[in-house]
Design a protein. Structure first.
Length: 116
């Protein structure tokens, strides 16, 4: 599985961005898809993930602001980010998980910068 993420950019606080990640291969529905982020000097953290059926998990820091979704027909996962804050600034990565706890495949990352 290869993952290609896009959609990052520069936005002012309270703005919105939508990240997208497209996966190669025919087994997309087998994977839990996640979005991670890593800010400078900080550990990588899970932002949200979503199973094939649509149930999703969100980190407390993004609940109510971010929405993860997936389109299994397009092998794609999205992260709609609203009400962005400067502390959301990070490189965002999409990842695919076949078996817990590890994620097996990672995209290349896309930079999100939120100015105050």
């Amino acid at each position: 599985v290869q993952l290609q993420a896009c959609g990052g950019g520069f936005v002012q606080a309270e703005g919105s961005l939508r990240l997208a990640c497209v996966a190669s291969g025919r087994t997309f529905i087998w994977y839990v898809m996640g979005w991670f982020r890593q800010a400078p000097g900080k550990d990588r953290e899970l932002v949200a993930n979503i199973i094939s059926g649509g149930n999703a998990y969100y980190a407390d820091s993004v609940k109510g602001r971010f929405t993860i979704s997936r389109d299994n027909a397009k092998n794609a996962v999205y992260l709609q980010m609203n009400s962005l804050k400067p502390e959301d600034t990070a490189i965002y990565y999409c990842a695919a998980q076949r078996n817990r706890p590890s994620y097996d495949y990672w995209g290349q990352g896309t930079l999100v910068t939120v100015s105050s």
